[in-house]
Design a protein around this ligand. Sequence first.
Ligand SMILES: [Zn+2]
Length: 261
Amino acid sequence: MPEGHTIHRIAKDHQRLLRGQSLILISPQGRFSEEAKQLTGKKLLDIEAHGKHLFYRWVNQQYVHVHLGLYGKFRLHSNPAPEPRGAVRVRMIGKRHSVDLNGPNQCEILNPAQYQQIKQRLGLDPLGDVQDIEPTWNRISSSRAAIGSLLLDQSIIAGIGNIYRAELLFLTRIHPERPGKQITRAEFETLWKLTKELMGIGVAQNRIVTVIEIKTEIESLRRIQNRFWIYKNPECPRCHSDVYCWELAGRTIYACDKCQL
Ligand SMILES: [Zn+2]
């Protein structure tokens, strides 16, 4: 599933190519035909990313809410766009570019109240503008649940996925099963700072990179992979012990029992 950096990158790309234009919308697959008709000819004012969600705001105060889920995918085309490939839920046609959306988990029109409801359910976005970390800290520090579960809970922090989870906990030396209650304020602040930093690199490079840009421990650690420290790595790059993997919050987590406490 795409993590938050991918969604923010999509928002940036679509802003550059479509924002401020009156778009033509069609639904080649047919499942968004009525909605496409409603929005055709109207101006797209802005595109917002929050965690793994995208919100396209139109001049009539309607929003198109997109959640890609596991299989959703956008394709960009220069106009004239080619024949739709696969089941295209919606094609948004701008002046020079078109965007196709295939296989999203959610693609729906929202009114402002419905938009607010979804926003309120989402936790703080490390890539967002608002950075009041106290509610996030309160949720984590009062929870008995494992930090590895809390990091994937989109109502606490919006945008972290499975790869960032494993890498962030390895770099901060926190064991994924440690309860939120036992995370210190200093650890939380380090974790938050690193999350912002790594996900920011993810947006800039349009892929997850956790190794190359981190200077702090690089010299002392043997690089086994180019991009990740522990994710899908059989051996700990710090102490060379075996890396354990197991299911945590429905996804596979990787950790070193010796380095992560
Ligand atoms: Zn280790």
